[in-house]
Ligand binder design. Structure first.
Ligand SMILES: [Zn+2]
Length: 442
């Protein structure tokens, strides 16, 4: 058997069978875009490889899956901190987006997000933002994998000035372009129950069903959102989505912070998944999603970052660490969520929750070669008493050394190969000046 690339790893957590289990001295043979062999390392395997990589003292893992992000919002990183969600969103972010978001803004913001994701070992992202064709184009060029949603909302969107308000037409154009793409998936993205009419929600559900694409939506993020829905309509946002046939195994619901037992029962029956965004939920003081209840109900759960304006980064290392600890604090039980569960959500669990469980999320024969190597030679990762614990509670993210996505090498020795970081940083200076001006800081 010949391999395009062979990788020898001193350590590996393949997530095969959903188990976060540490193995020593493994070999991964990659043919084209897929993993063709996983076996104990032996010297004779080296001869079968056109290209061979051995990074001493490193651990191989599946590329991380970020279940919820607004990639281009990297450009809003660090602005408007310390505000509750509704003030932050309606009074600060939406007006800023109206003034600043253009096709070029989205392109540069997504390029920065791609640099960040590769650097942190994130190879798959579910994105929901304006000018989604632009983001998808950047993502494709960067060699990454992602699901890109055409945003739908019952209000004017920043992209309307260039692209018009016919979102179905825009979705169809996105769909046609990426229908058969191996890494980029089109999807529909009704923003949230509180920004979409019943008619619009129904329409997006029909499109998701007809074209068999994911539907991404924010759901029950704050107590206020749920209370307003109950006061105005007499039902919770989950009940409303269920009534409108929006919930299905195609549906990826970001947040799900405030679900009661009735909501959880509805979610369980629907097959829809939830994306846990601990950093964003904590920063916007939205609350703590009852993840142990979702896991007990067998609702698929992914881990996400949300946009960089409410996190403020796209690292799943931070999300695994904080997400686990929040559950312990919230319940007063140390076993409420474990490091192994966090790692599962960031890899195979996340992949299953976003409908890609058969393609990615674990390092197994036949799956796409989305593989990362993490350098363990750092003081905070030694001694190697418990590698899973180190990955979740000690690693910071920048220890990621090598990144493959779909069999292609995107980063080696911490140097990004598929994009030109310097050129992107240069563009950021100009955009940052515009943002400061808009904020009245200049
Ligand atoms: Zn979001």
């Amino acid at each position: 058997m010949k391999f395009d690339i062979g990788i020898r790893a001193d350590w590996a957590v393949t997530m095969a069978g959903g188990k976060a289990h540490v193995e020593k001295n493994l070999f991964f043979g990659i043919s084209k875009s897929n993993i063709a062999l996983v076996s104990p390392w032996k010297l004779s395997l080296k001869k079968s490889c056109r290209k061979f990589i051995y990074q001493k003292n490193s651990v191989a893992l599946p590329g991380f899956v970020n279940g919820h992000a607004h990639l281009a919002m990297t450009l809003f990183r660090g602005i408007e901190d310390d505000l509750p969600l509704h003030t932050w969103l309606f009074e600060r972010i939406f007006p800023l987006e109206k003034k600043l978001v253009t096709k070029n803004f989205v392109k540069t913001g997504t390029e920065l997000a791609a640099l960040e994701c590769i650097r942190f070992g994130v190879t798959t992202v579910c994105d929901m933002y304006f000018y989604s064709q632009e983001s998808a184009k950047v993502w494709d060029k960067a060699g990454l994998r992602g699901t890109f949603a055409q945003v739908f909302a019952s209000a004017l969107l920043p992209e309307d000035k260039d692209l018009g308000a016919d979102k179905e037409k825009l979705f169809l154009s996105l769909y046609k372009k990426y229908e058969k793409h191996p890494r980029i998936r089109p999807s529909v993205g009704p923003h949230a129950p509180y920004t979409c009419s019943d008619e619009l929600l129904r329409k997006t559900a029909e499109l998701s069903k007809k074209y068999s694409v994911p539907l991404q939506i924010h759901l029950s993020e704050t107590a206020e959102e749920v209370q307003t829905s109950k006061t105005k309509l007499g039902i919770s946002p989950v009940e409303r989505l269920s009534k409108l046939a929006v919930l299905s195994p195609h549906t990826i619901c970001a947040h799900g912070v405030h679900l009661d037992n009735k909501d959880i029962e509805i979610m369980k029956k629907s097959g829809a998944s939830i994306v846990y965004n601990p950093d964003s939920n904590a920063k916007l003081a939205s609350g703590i999603a009852p993840i142990p209840k979702y896991l007990a109900a067998k609702i698929p759960v992914a881990l996400g970052t949300d946009g960089s304006a409410s996190n403020n980064d796209l690292s799943l290392f931070g999300a695994m660490d904080l997400g686990t600890k929040l559950q312990k604090v919230h319940s007063g039980t140390t076993t409420a969520m474990t490091a192994k569960q966090a790692l599962y959500m960031a890899t195979l669990g996340g992949a299953k929750a976003i409908g890609l469980g058969d393609q990615i999320g674990s390092l197994e024969v036949g799956k796409a070669a989305d593989l990362i190597l993490i350098d363990l030679q750092f003081p905070h990762l030694q001694p190697l008493n418990n590698l899973i614990s180190h990955l979740v509670y000690s690693a910071q993210g920048l220890e990621v050394d090598t990144v493959f996505c779909h069999g292609k090498l995107l980063m080696r020795n911490k140097k990004i190969l598929s994009l030109k970081p310097e050129a992107i940083y240069k563009k950021l200076e100009i955009i940052q000046h515009k943002i400061s001006k808009q904020l009245g800081l200049l």
